[in-house]
Ligand binder design. Sequence first.
Ligand code: AMP
Length: 416
Amino acid sequence: MTDFAGLSLAQPILRAVADEGYSTPTPIQGNAIPPLLEGRDLLGVAQTGTGKTAAFALPLLHRLAGSAGAPLHKRPRALILAPTRELASQIDESLRCYSRYLGIRSTVVFGGTSIRPQIRALAQGKHVLVATPGRLLDLMKQGHVRLDAVEVFVLDEADRMLDMGFIGDVRKIAAALSRRRQTVLFSATMPKSVQSLADSLLNDPVRVEVAPTATTAERVEQRVLFVPKDKKRALVGELLADTGIERVLIFTRTKHGADRVAKHLHQGGVRAEAIHGNKAQNARERTLRDFRDGRLRALVATDIASRGIDVDGVTHVINFELPNDPESYVHRIGRTARAGAAGIALSFCDHEERAALRVIERTIRQRLTVVEDHPYHVAEIANDPIPAKRNPRQRRHQGQRRRNAQHTSRPAGKAA
Ligand code: AMP
């Protein structure tokens, strides 16, 4: 892989990248930056954690820097759409880092917070606008922003955007853009719905893909702890008594569950907070900042709230409950092991979650290491047959599966 200097980016951008401590482009950056610098449209299949933000942000800044000038009143020259406020804020922060030696201004707009400062920022003029779809449409309708000067349009996490029901909004926004623009679409997965959106937005795109599922999953040490449902909170408390778990992201299925786990940890003397959609925007931002700056040791989150949380140095991910779909599992564990670091994922599995565990293991083509060395281990959870319809072939393999379940154990939180 070449270094950043080999990518023909403007000097002030290279300086900012060096300030960030990046030495080599990640694979998605190495593959996406050259065609983007040529002005091509691009379809990127990559998850958070692969360096995709810089992959689209650096060429975008390079292009704007080439003809910077003062920003136009209410008319940004680049638009980045993201599904959640957290992701939008993080993209804006990254842009500010990378453009620190350039005269390029960006701003971010999202719902759930006062619109007035956003109107003021747009009136002042910004080169780059980062936005969530709903708030952007409101601002457009009220005449506070026009998209006819947009030269670069980026749609980030397109699959999540569709999952969250933003397809109509995205299409309305795209219809307001000039046809003469560069378009970039990133998505972690490529279901048909995303492909058809890509077909309608992109013009002869280059496709770049990093194989995320396998690579992320391979870098993370994945372990499973069999535990009855009513002992999960006690177990998470036990685990956090180990100071080796420095910075941990804990996933729960429900908002209420997130609150309860955070409260339990807090009562046990662990600096923990929950983050989810019921919390006010400024509380969520403060919590995220505290976690990022190390003032919080544990952040308890639901899947939606965790989208786009980009915090380096997360040593552990704990799945307090297993997600039903393997993709969420891979997303969750990808929060540790970012940008090449190693990480540990600990999944709690109770009786009812064995089927979900089975599906996950099949998807990642890997068995999780069973940790028996904890106070609430219940061997039957691992060994009981799953009470679902099974075909004869699976039954034949069950003896083998039981034997496999007796894996060697390893202390839960420690690196191998
Ligand atoms: P992203 O996939 O954009 O969410 O980025 C994931 C993380 O990787 C962020 O914390 C970035 O700061 C970091 N990162 C991005 N590019 C590089 C690079 N070339 N070298 C090291 N870290 C990087």
